[in-house]
Design a protein around this ligand. Structure first.
Ligand code: IPD
Ligand code: CA
Ligand code: CA
Length: 275
């Protein structure tokens, strides 16, 4: 692999192909377990935070392909022990939307995000039940099942469907409920899909206009952020500051409704300098 000015320089098409193959294989394992008696679950941090044998088997299958085809790249996975991220990293959420999966609901996905020195670079998200495959690479656009996607053109919250997520940590509920009280009356509606990765992809594809959530981990959104950015989304922290993958929160929009969302969420006002 060539190096450019000390920075790793890998062919992004190759990385994308490897992530696509790994996501398809992970999706195959998930589909095999979906709505089957083979699924066993344990709780993690609380009663809504589950891990199933399907999460573990999928992660195993994905990691096997990544280490074979992208040797030397650090992998940070939700269901494994991790070290601090440095350089080239693939964030793996083998099953984003475990609660949906466990309850036989179809909104879940394999999510694989490749970041280089803190830069969102390649992302792949695959919902195997809907056969909905999202992929993007830096500077190469975002795609859904091979077709280019773009953010929606709607400019006002009154024309917008928004999305958020419920935190596993119930102590976080008051601020989520407070934000809903502010955004529900002024938007068309607010959805909660139960998969942060898919919410970002739907935003990228123009199916919704804004998404905000607290209590996130890097693997929930590392892939979705690449796809959303490549489709034209604006992404900041919830108060309008620079987005930090490790910051645990995100505000992502089609760009047009960003300032209005910031105002409603009580962050910095219009024209604030943000990422
Ligand atoms: C969860 C989903 C959910 C979000 C949670 C995540 P998991 O991931 O993305 O939508 O609200 O914050 O932890 O646990 O199903 O991989
Ligand atoms: Ca997740
Ligand atoms: Ca997960």
């Amino acid at each position: 692999m060539p190096k450019k000015g000390g920075v790793l320089f890998r062919d992004l098409r190759t990385v994308k192909d490897v992530l696509l193959a790994a996501a398809l294989e992970g999706g195959r394992v998930l589909k095999e377990h979906f709505q089957s008696e083979k699924v066993e679950a344990k709780t993690k941090t609380g009663p809504s935070d589950l891990v199933t044998n399907a999460d573990l088997k999928t992660q195993e299958a994905v990691l096997r392909l990544l280490s074979r085809d992208l040797p030397g790249v650090q992998v940070i996975g939700e269901e494994k022990e991790n070290e601090e991220a440095t350089g080239e990293v693939i964030y793996v959420d083998p099953l984003d939307g475990t609660l949906n999966f466990f309850h036989g609901q179809r909104q879940f996905a394999v999510s694989l995000g490749y970041w280089v020195n803190g830069e969102p670079t390649v992302g792949v998200v695959f919902n195997p039940v809907d056969e909905d495959l999202f992929a993007a690479a830096l500077g190469q656009g975002a795609f859904r099942n091979g077709r280019p996607i773009r953010v929606s053109p709607y400019r006002r919250l009154s024309q917008s469907v928004l999305a958020t997520g419920w935190p596993y940590d119930k102590k976080e509920l008051p601020r989520v409920l407070n934000s809903l009280e502010r955004l529900l009356p002024v938007s068309q509606e607010v959805r909660v899909w139960g998969s942060a990765a898919l919410a970002l992809c739907y935003l990228a594809a123009g199916n919704l206009e804004g998404y905000w959530e607290w209590g996130l981990y890097p693997w929930d959104i590392a892939a979705g952020v690449v796809i959303a950015r490549e489709a034209g989304c604006r992404i900041t922290s919830i108060d309008g500051g620079f987005f930090d993958l490790n910051g645990g929160e995100i505000l992502a929009t089609n760009g047009y409704v960003h300032e209005e969302m910031l105002q409603c969420l009580g962050g910095r006002g219009p024209n604030a300098d943000s990422g």
